[in-house]
Design a protein around this ligand. Structure first.
Ligand code: ADP
Length: 243
């Protein structure tokens, strides 16, 4: 059986009547794999996320989640997706638990199903003890953890994270990076993580480098460094995105 959780194949995209912004993208993320999407501003990372979440529809190419084509079987496909957007979308005046219950209700999850799912995810992220606190009282790192727990309540196969550590202090950032890698490994979860921070990458991660809508390199860190004929990943990123 295929282990591919996210498949992007031959993906092209243009915003209405504008020039093409994604050019023939091909890459895959396996179950249990963390894939770091690197690219400077304007590379097309947000556009790619908008297509995977179906905010926009693509006309050429294929996106599959857990084997389901997002155009042919959108409900099944999107049922396998969890997303953490760059801007926080929690209600600051509700408690951690109320935020998650509210989200579960919006997704049509019964209380009976939601309560253990909420407990499990908050425990995984070390936030269960803080479930009755109002989100406004939490620091940025803890709010992020709540958002990740919320994205995982329905047990998706693929988790998209759009620069989730922006604005966090170093210890909070490190904690999120560690948690997500752990979740990916333990939960057999495929993660697609957009960032521009090289220190968030683990040697075991897959890296996809995008520039001007084109995929410039992909593979483990060592492969990408080799492909770019560079000394290290910072140097490789510079070379791949300044041509
Ligand atoms: P990134 O997230 O990597 O910074 P984006 O996906 O935001 O890149 O942008 C890729 C390209 O698409 C850029 O040239 C940007 O100007 C263009 N673009 C992004 N959003 C829109 C939009 N809503 N309408 C038209 N062009 C857009």
């Amino acid at each position: 059986m295929s282990n591919i959780a996210l498949e992007i194949a031959g993906l092209n995209f243009s915003y209405a009547k504008k020039k093409q912004v994604l050019h023939d993208l091909h890459f895959e993320v396996d179950a249990g794999q963390c894939c770091i999407l690197l690219g400077p501003n304007g590379a097309g990372k947000s556009t790619l996320f908008s297509l995977i979440t179906r905010l926009y529809a693509h006309k050429q190419g294929r996106i599959k989640l857990a084997g389901f084509d997002i155009q042919k079987q959108p409900l099944k496909a999107l049922g396998h997706l969890g997303v953490v957007f760059q801007q926080t979308t929690l209600d600051l005046d509700l408690t951690v638990q109320q935020n998650l219950r509210y989200h579960a209700a919006l997704q049509g999850m019964s209380r009976k199903k939601a309560n253990p799912a909420i407990q499990e995810q908050l425990e995984c992220l070390g936030m269960y003890e803080r479930r009755t606190e109002v989100v406004r009282q939490l620091n940025g790192g803890h709010r992020r953890r709540v958002e990740i727990a919320r994205a995982l309540m329905h047990k998706p196969s693929v988790l998209l994270l759009d620069e989730p550590t922006v604005g966090l202090d170093v210890p909070s950032r490190q904690a999120i990076v560690e948690h997500v890698h752990q979740l990916s490994q333990d939960g057999h979860l495929a993660v697609l993580w957009a960032t521009h921070l090289m220190d968030e990458i683990y040697a075991s991660d897959k890296i996809v480098v995008m520039h001007q809508g084109t995929l410039k390199a992909q593979g483990l860190m060592a492969d990408v460094i080799r492909q770019a004929q560079a000394e290290n990943i910072n140097d490789a990123f510079y070379k791949l995105t300044h041509s």
